[in-house]
Design a protein around this ligand. Structure first.
Ligand code: DHB
Ligand code: MG
Length: 221
């Protein structure tokens, strides 16, 4: 019942300020061929991330977890003129869908999709890095979330914004004895935030068309 209201209000917001053009609709729909058809961010969440990324005047964005490139396109549209986005995807099927989608969205040359495990690819990006990322979005497999955050911090600068998706997981984070590796992964991340020296975080609970969840949002010190 309450879920129906959340969905209806999400639609209400979307009709006013969460407009998806034909490309975004097509890309979102292509995720039914992916390994995780329900894991896209929602249109309103896409707009939210886009506004945050624009607010940091982002010239360099890093995304961990491309899926089919839906969030990637929302974020790439926030880039400053000449800006670049690097995104990492480990699943072969998703990578191929994302490559096609990014090309269709006219971001070929702006967005680079790296295929492989983020924990293998992040050190390589770091080694060759000549600039800091202004905005980093983490929306990948949950068990290594804390490791992803630590890499993100290394690759950021003072004032960079880091966002992590799915840190509430239908309130399963309240269960002290959860054995779900995804819940354990985000709980480990959330607990780290309590004494995080390198960045100042908040966590936003989120309702809407997706399951009850939340995003952690931090500014690097
Ligand atoms: C899952 C992952 C996501 O990134 C998401 O937005 C929703 C669910 C999952 O792994 O269950
Ligand atoms: Mg997610």
């Amino acid at each position: 019942m309450l879920e129906d209201v959340f969905k209806a209000v999400d639609d209400y917001i979307k009709e006013r300020v969460g407009f998806e053009d034909d490309i975004l609709v097509k890309v979102r729909e292509s995720s039914r061929f992916s390994t995780m058809p329900d894991a896209n961010i929602s249109p309103n969440q896409g707009k939210f991330l886009q506004i945050l990324a624009k607010a940091c005047n982002s010239s360099n964005i890093l995304e961990i977890g491309t899926l089919v490139g839906y969030s990637t396109i929302w974020l790439a549209r926030a880039l400053q003129e000449g800006g670049k986005l690097i995104t990492i995807e480990s699943e072969e099927i998703n990578y191929h869908l994302a490559c096609k989608n990014i090309k269709e969205a006219n971001f070929h040359g702006v967005v680079t999709i790296k295929k492989g495990k983020a924990l293998d690819i992040l050190p390589k990006i770091f080694e060759n890095q000549t600039f800091a990322f202004d905005f980093i979005f983490i929306d990948a497999d949950k068990p290594p979330y804390l490791e992803y955050l630590k890499w993100a911090i290394k690759m950021a600068r003072k004032g960079s914004i880091i966002v992590l998706d799915n840190v509430i997981r239908n309130a399963q984070i309240l269960e002290p004895n959860s054995t779900d590796p995804k819940v354990i992964g985000v709980k480990r991340l959330n607990d780290y935030l309590k004494n995080c020296k390198e960045a100042d975080f908040t966590i936003l609970q989120m309702v809407g068309e997706k399951e009850y969840d939340g995003m952690a949002i931090g500014i690097v010190k």
